[in-house]
Write a protein that binds this ligand. Structure first.
Ligand SMILES: [Mg+2]
Length: 301
């Protein structure tokens, strides 16, 4: 019987998200594919340094040790060619990461393979690939560079999500952007009992939450949002309606998110706004969730 990716949490990750390939990418962008290929082949046995999502991937794969059947599948989804991708596989082997599956598209767009691989989350440093994935309805984030002094929790996977335009739809965010904070607060108060629609990361959160129900101590989830009272109520009731248990929730109003995220020590933080991501990314691994191309918000960013 073929190996099934159904009923698993499938995380697809580019090689540059898993390992630090910034120098190599610089060679590719400035000297072209032949120079890049030559570099990768001549350094094939040289171990790559961890990239932004390395700790997250390691923690996700650790979830499998405690389960009878693997619940998480990590797949390399890369624009490398099979030949240049070999270096990545060598490092995976040396680091003893249990990643068995990979797709190397040789420069072609990767979004067309997300559906076939049943991807729940796609992480990359390629803007075009992430935008394509979001436009096709997948949870996807564009990763910042890895923070320098990040020390991940080794016993538990910790993920922090922004609310609006990440786990929730952008409907309320659009009111805030168009009409301001007072209109937003009034709208959220009025609609407090109406659940928000699902945003790009809702399905990923729901799948994660399902795994968490079996192993509550191994996964910790935080909502870190700029919403504050009275807009907190609608967010809490929405999550309750979805059956999602968030361990920690921060309704910060105008307070910056970085210190909270640092204390929470997230393996990764997902947000849609650079105003939150730019400072946070220096402390903890962070990924930007772009707006869909046809979104009202995308033109204003
Ligand atoms: Mg937001």
């Amino acid at each position: 019987m073929p190996y099934s990716l159904k009923n698993k949490l499938v995380v697809a990750i580019s090689s540059r998200a898993l390992f630090n390939l910034e120098r190599e990418n610089f060679i590719y962008e400035n000297e072209g594919l032949p120079a890049y290929t030559e570099h990768q082949i001549s350094h094939e046995d040289e171990l790559l340094k961890p990239g932004t999502a390395y700790s997250l991937v390691q923690a996700l794969l650790d979830l499998n040790h405690i389960e009878k059947e693997a619940q998480v599948e990590v797949i390399i989804l890369s624009r490398n060619s099979p030949s240049t991708g070999l270096r990545v596989f060598n490092s995976i082997e040396k680091k003893e990461l249990n990643i068995k599956r990979a797709a190397f598209t040789g420069g072609e767009k990767i979004s067309q393979y997300l559906d076939a691989l049943k991807v729940d989350l796609f992480l990359s440093k390629n803007k075009e690939d992430v935008q394509d994935a979001i436009d096709a309805g997948f949870a996807a984030a564009l990763l910042y560079d890895a923070p320098e002094n990040f020390h991940p929790d080794e016993n538990q996977i910790r993920i922090a999500f922004d609310g609006d335009a990440v786990i929730f739809s952008e409907e309320s965010e659009a009111i805030y952007k168009e009409k301001g904070l007072d209109a937003f607060a009034a709208n959220e108060k009025m609609l407090a009992d109406d659940p928000l629609s699902k945003g790009p990361f809702a399905k990923f959160l729901l799948t994660l939450s399902k795994i968490k129900k079996e192993e509550p101590k191994r996964i910790r989830i935080a909502l870190v949002t700029s919403r504050n009272s009275p807009a907190h109520k609608r967010a809490i009731l929405t999550l309750r309606k979805w059956g999602v248990d968030v361990d920690e929730a921060f309704f910060l109003g105008g307070v910056g998110k970085t210190e909270i995220l640092k204390s929470f020590n997230a393996h990764i933080f997902f947000d849609d706004q650079e105003i939150h991501l730019d400072p946070a990314a220096g402390e903890i691994p962070s990924g930007k969730v772009p707006y869909p191309s046809d979104s009202k918000l995308s033109v204003k960013e």
